[in-house]
Write a protein that binds this ligand. Sequence first.
Ligand code: BTN
Length: 305
Amino acid sequence: MQNEIINILKREEKFSENTLEEISAVEINDFADIIKEVGQQETEYLSRTEILDNLNTKTIGKEIYIFNEVMSTNTVGKFLSENGVENGTVILSEKQSGAKGRLGKHWESPLGGIWLSLIVKPKVDHSKIPMITLATGVAVVKTLERIGIENAEIKWPNDVMINGKKVCGILTEAITKFNTIDSVIIGVGIDANFNVDVLPEELREGTTTLGRELDQKVNENEVIKCFLEEFEKIGILFEEGEFEKILKEWRRYSYSIGKIVEVREPFSKTYDAYVLGISREGALVVEKIDGTLEKVISGECIIKN
Ligand code: BTN
C-alpha cells in the first residue's frame, strides 16, 4: 500500500529529491488528499469529461480519479476507501504495473486496456459478496451488448468470455471493520484496444480484446460510461435484495452451465464434474462422476469440452 502511494506521488513529481524526509512529514489524511488531487487529471485516453457527459447514474461514478500508471487500481481504491470517499467512487488508470488477478495471480495491464476499480459500500453481510461479483459480470456483458458484442458469456465465477476467449476479469475485495463490511472494491479489467501479442505468450491464445472482436478500436470512455450505468442498474437489484433476478441474468449469460469442468479448489484434490447450475449463494453446483452433487464456492473450473 505505502509503495503504491509513494510510487504515484514520485511519478507525478509531487515529491522531489528529499522524498523520504518529505514523506515522513505528511499525515496519512494529507496523502489521501494529494492522491485525490493527482487523480483530477485527464490522461491521453481517459477523460472524466467524456465519461460524465450524459452519464445516467445517481451514485456510481460521481467521483472519478484518473491516473497514468498505478500498481493496482484496487490498491488505490482500498487506500482511498479507508480515507474518505463516497459510495460509487471510480479509480481508473491507463496502465498497471502490479495488478492483481484472482487466486493471487498477476494480471497483465498494458496501455489500451480498461483498468477500473469501483468502491461500493453495501449494507450486507459477507455471504452476499459473491453475488456482487456475479452482478458485476452481468453488468460487463450488458455493456458489451451495448457496444455491439452480442455473444459475450460468463465463465464462473467472473471471467467474461467471447467465443471461448477471455476478455475481462473481475477481482472483488472486501474491506471489513469490526467484522462488518465497510467497503467492497470491485476491480474490473477489460481487454479493450491492445494487440494480444504484447501479452506473455502463454496468455495470447486464450485472450481476446474488444477491438479485435469489433474489428475497430473502441472508445474506452464510452465503454466505461456504459459499464457504470449497467453496474448501477444491477446494483439497485442487489440493494433491493432481488438476488434471484441477478442469478437469472447470470444463468442467461452462463458459459459454464452444461459443460464438463475440472474443479480446482484450494486445499483439495482436483476432480472432473458436470456443471448443473448456480446456487442462491452464487456457488457453482456440479455433479461429480460418481453422481454426487457438490457446491464449488472458490477456486476455478477449467472447461474440458
Ligand atoms: C482475474 O483474475 O480474472 C481478475 C482480474 C482483475 C483485474 C482488475 S484490473 C483493475 C483491478 N486492479 C487490479 O489490480 N485488478 C483488477
